[in-house]
Design a protein around this ligand. Structure first.
Ligand SMILES: [Zn+2]
Length: 80
């Protein structure tokens, strides 16, 4: 099951699963994730914007403990 979301940086619609879930330390560098009351609020970025913000390509090593999550299967499949 895939679904379309909008990138908060470029405004482009993309397949949610095509953009990887990366290590918390990296995500904190490129996003403005913060708490609002009792929930976490975070932006969504497409793969191109994530790589632009990081200034490099995202590799499997950047997935950290999220490497085997369902979310990253699509990213890993496209990488091959
Ligand atoms: Zn984008």
């Amino acid at each position: 099951m895939t679904y379309m979301v909008k990138c908060d940086s470029c405004g482009k619609k993309y397949v949610y699963e095509s953009s990887p879930m990366i290590k918390d330390s990296l995500w904190k560098k490129i996003s403005n994730e913060h708490r609002e009351g009792d929930k976490w609020v975070s932006e969504l970025f497409c793969l191109e914007c994530m790589e632009k913000k990081l200034g490099r390509k995202i590799t499997v090593a950047d997935l950290g403990r999220y490497v085997s999550t369902y979310h990253n299967q699509e990213f890993l499949r496209r990488k091959q």
